[in-house]
Design a protein around this ligand. Structure first.
Ligand code: TEU
Ligand code: CA
Length: 542
């Protein structure tokens, strides 16, 4: 596989609304991000994935775009954006933009035109269907509750929206739509960005009349056309958000010979605490052995014909320490270091979501008006109407709601955690006085420096990027153990995923050095190793 810059890179995701406010309107913005680039440089990341900053009515906080070549006024101006790109590139940090082209906002001029009349020249930019027996054309449903079809009274037809009613799906079968997307992508590539994260890109091949949404028949044809008309002419990185990806499907996206994307986000591990066949809200405890199986499957499926992304968190998921670690004061950092170690020692491009590096945790709510996210608000109404109790619904939202990820970042222990001197658009997690960047930078044992070390190891040690992976003890209920091997060098990652102490022993490996641990005094003897709560150690072995 030809080496690319993103093979040994680490990407940091920023949700701009919640990162840093610079003008005290309580909303994060681009100048705020610029003011924090040196912090990100100190962490050691190589690329920044920026969630959407384009003009948007914010029905879905920027994932409903009304102008792809304009910057949302709350976030700043195009001059600010040009400055951010220049400031990133000056630091050797590539800027990855969020490409949201499965749908636009209903306030995008294309849709405003399209809904004017059935013979409007933009009509076919979107997916319009006649009512069937006076009802929606079929049973497709929206991720944000309810039917995926909305009746437009003006022209008497339904339009498709797999997300909110204000996010009409684009019609990718229309070559004019594809050309508009290529032109927009090239506008941003010519500005010197480092690539794209592609929002729900698995949906652009949809066949709505057949109720096919993900992995449609023309999906890869469109992606190859996109590659050849835009980013394929640049040394940039592309990552597709593909909820239904299996290893075989991931190879279709990321095999370099196919000239599509660099890699995809697969979500098999992310669904493990959901009751199979039910919604994300129907929670069950994590099946740890399944988590290991999924990691090992993805670590061993590519042989130069694809590439992994590695992530625990993003702006759609609850905070990983609360979800699968332990967010008590005693174990928050320890379990955070364990989770970071077992992910970052794997092969692939790791993604760190803002605040993950300082161990931010979930923010439980007691009332629905403490939330902002349309997905949670719509689900709340839908489940109330379906007879769920308020307690049941809030339990689900506190476990899995997206606002858990969107609380403003804690920079210090001052008012509003130094995020703003105004009123934050969304209340902060109350623990910002202890969990914050200033405290993390002042503490050599903080989670921040553990992430910094993991990022540095990926740069310094080819075994982390290219080493062969092999799992040990797959049936163990609490240990995750795997080997990385390259050119005679062998590393062993040994992690206790839980609070209960346990023992690991092997005579197949002789540890010669501890590369990294979340305890200052981990033992070297693998003949009879006691692992304390969440103890995670990386050994160099003979
Ligand atoms: O998310 C795709 C998506 O389906 C998620 O919304 C997911 O289903 C849900 O959050 C369960 O966790 C992408 C963006 O990441 C998300 O923020 C947008 O809301 C969505 O697409 C629509 O653009
Ligand atoms: Ca602001």
């Amino acid at each position: 596989m030809k080496k690319k810059w993103w093979h040994d890179s680490v990407v940091y995701q920023i949700y701009p609304r919640s990162f840093q406010d610079s003008n005290n309107d309580g909303i994060g913005d681009i100048q705020g991000i610029i003011s924090r680039l040196d912090y990100l440089k100190e962490l050691g990341i190589d690329a920044l994935w920026l969630s959407p900053v384009f003009e948007s009515p914010n029905d879905d906080n920027g994932y409903d775009i009304s102008n792809y070549q304009g910057i949302m006024a709350e976030f700043g101006t195009m001059a600010d954006m040009d400055q951010l790109i220049a400031q990133c590139n000056a630091r050797g940090i590539r800027l990855i933009m969020d490409l949201v082209v499965n749908h636009t906002s209903d306030e995008h001029p294309w849709f405003v035109e399209s809904r004017q009349s059935q013979d409007n020249s933009y009509r076919d930019y979107y997916i319009w269907r006649d009512p069937v027996k006076g009802e929606a054309p079929n049973d497709l449903v929206s991720t944000f509750s309810g039917s995926a079809w909305e009746l437009d009274q003006g022209t008497g037809q339904y339009y498709l929206h797999l997300f909110s009613k204000k996010q009409p799906d684009l019609n990718w079968e229309n070559q004019q739509v594809r050309q508009e997307v290529w032109d927009m992508m090239n506008f941003w590539l010519e500005k010197g960005i480092g690539g794209f994260r592609m929002d729900v890109i698995d949906l652009i091949g949809k066949q709505p009349d057949l109720e096919v949404t993900g992995n449609g028949p023309k999906l890869h044809e469109y992606l190859q056309e996109m590659n050849h008309n835009t980013f394929g002419n640049y040394d940039v990185m592309t990552v597709g958000e593909t909820w239904g990806a299996t290893p075989e499907i991931a190879k279709l996206y990321s095999d370099p010979k196919r000239e599509e994307l660099s890699m995809v986000f697969q979500f098999e591990h992310i669904g493990l605490d959901e009751i199979p066949g039910k919604a994300k809200w129907d929670w069950q405890a994590l099946d740890f052995k399944k988590l290991k199986q999924i990691f090992s499957k993805w670590q061993t499926c590519f042989n130069g014909d694809g590439w992994n992304s590695l992530f625990w968190n993003n702006h759609d998921t609850p905070r990983i320490i609360s979800r699968w670690g332990n967010d008590s004061p005693e174990f928050r950092v320890l379990s955070g270091k364990m989770l970071a170690t077992i992910l970052h020692m794997q092969q692939g491009t790791p993604y760190i979501y803002q605040g993950e590096e300082i161990g931010m945790i979930n923010t439980p709510v007691t009332e629905i008006d403490q939330l902002d996210d349309i997905e949670s608000l719509n689900m709340y109404q839908e489940r109330l109407e379906a007879g769920y109790s308020k307690e049941e619904i809030l339990f689900s939202i506190n476990k899995k709601g997206r606002d858990n990820a969107r609380r403003p970042i804690h920079w210090n222990g001052q008012a509003n955690g130094g995020f703003t001197e105004g009123t934050p658009w969304l209340a902060l997690n109350p623990e910002y006085d202890t969990i914050n960047v200033a405290n993390a930078l002042a503490d050599s044992e903080s989670l921040f420096y553990h992430y910094q070390r993991l990022i540095a190891l990926r740069k310094e040690q080819p075994i982390v990027v290219w080493g062969e992976y092999q799992e040990l003890l797959p049936d163990d209920e609490q240990l995750y153990v795997y080997e990385r091997k390259l050119a005679g060098e062998r590393w062993l990652v040994v992690a206790n995923f839980y609070e209960q102490a346990t023992v690991f022993q092997t005579d197949d490996y002789l540890a010669t050095e501890i590369i990294l641990s979340n305890y200052p005094d981990s033992a070297l003897d693998l003949g009879n190793l006691l692992l304390r709560p969440y103890e995670a150690i990386v050994y160099k072995c003979k």
